[in-house]
Design a protein around this ligand. Sequence first.
Ligand code: NAD
Length: 387
Amino acid sequence: MLLNLLVLNEANHANNDNFVEKRCAVTPATVMRFSRMGLNVQIEKGAGVLSGYSDQEYADQGATLVEASNSVMSDADIVFYVNRPAPEHLEQFKKEALVVGHIDPFFQQELVETLAHKGVSTLSVEMIPRSSRAQKMDALSSQASLAGYVMLMQAANKLPSILPMMMTPSGTIKPAKVFVIGAGVAGLQAIATAKRLGANVLAYDTREVVAEQVESLGGKFLKIDIGETGQTKDGYAKELTEEQKIKQQEAQQDAIADSDIVITTAQLFGRKPPVLISKETLSKMRPGSVVVDMAALSGGNVEGSIPGQTAIVEGVTVVGDGNWSQQVARDATDMYANNLLNLIDEFFDAENKCFALNLEDEILAQSVITHQGQISNEMLKKAYGKE
Ligand code: NAD
C-alpha cells in the first residue's frame, strides 16, 4: 500500500499565532521527488498559492488536490506542516502517523503532551541537531539565513539615508554604520547583506569563536570582556549571569549610539531571548535610526519592541514584525521543502516503502519528540520537569 503524505494549506488553519502562514511544506519539485519515491502526495487546495505555486503545478507533478476532511486527515501516514498542528487536527491524526513541523516544543508543552497521548510520532524540525550530516535538513538554518537578509533589507528601507558611501559634486555621503548583535546564522547573513550594500559593519556575539567568521565577511568584531562565556556542546550560546548581562549592555552602549542600524539576533536555545537594548540606550541613538528585533515575537531583545509591529520608541524605528522568512515566502518554501525532502529521503526504506523511524539514529533521537505514546526527547522531558 502506498504511503500517504498530506500537506496542508496552513493559511486555512489558525493555531493561535496571529499571522497567516504563507509558506508551504512542499514545492512542485519536491512533490515530483516524493511521487518517484512511491509516496501518494495529497495537498490541500491552495496550499502553495501564497508562496507562488498554483494547484495545477502540484497536480502536474503527481499530487492529488484534496480538502482537509476528516477522512483525508485520518488516512495520512505522514503530515507535513511548516508551522505546527492546529487544535482541530489533534483528534484527526491516525495513531502512529508521523507529524513534522516547527512544533516550538519548549513553549508548547500542552500540544506535545497531547500528541504523545494520541500515539502520534512528532518530528520537531527545531530539534534537528546542528551537525554536518543534518545540515541539508536544518530548517532553523535555512529560515534564519533568509531572516538575516530580510531584516537588513527592512532596516535599509526604513532608514532615512542610504547605506553606501557616495561621492558626488553635491557632497560626500558617508557609509551607514550597521551593528549586528548575535552572529549566528541570521546575524552572519545580515552582515553579508549590509556589506554588499556598502555599509560599515560591526558585530558582537558572546561566542568569540564567531569573530573570525564576522571578519571574513568584512565586518569588525567588537571585543567586550565580560568574563567566561562560551557555548554548549551543540554550539548554542550559554546564558550570561546577571553581572555579565549588565557589563554587555554597558559596553555596547557607545556602539549602538553610534549606529544607524542595529540588528539584534540573540537567541538562547529553548529559553526566552536575552534583553540586550534598553529604552535608555535607544534614546542615545540618532532620531530616525532603525533597530530590528529578530526576537520580538518570542520575548524580545529590545525594550519597547512590539511583537508583530514596527513602532517608534525614543525616536528610533524599532521593527518587531517577526516571521521574517515569510516575507520571502517563495524562497522560504523552496528551502524548507528541500529540508523536508532531504529528511524523508535520508530515512526512507525504499524496499518496504516506509519511513524508517529508528530512534538509535542521532538525528531522529533528538528530533522525534513523541513516539509510541511517550515524550521521547530527553531534553524536553527535563524542560517539562518530567525526568
Ligand atoms: P541562535 O539563533 O541560537 O542565536 C543567534 C546568535 O546569538 C548566536 O550566535 C548566539 O551565540 C548569539 N547570542 C546569544 N546570546 C547573546 C548575547 N547575550 N549577546 C550577543 N549574542 C548572543 O544561533 P544559530 O544561528 O541557530 O546558531 C547556533 C549554533 O549552531 C552556532 O554555533 C552555529 O554556528 C551552529 N550551527 C551549526 C550548523 C552545522 O554545523 N550544520 C548549522 C547551523 C548552525
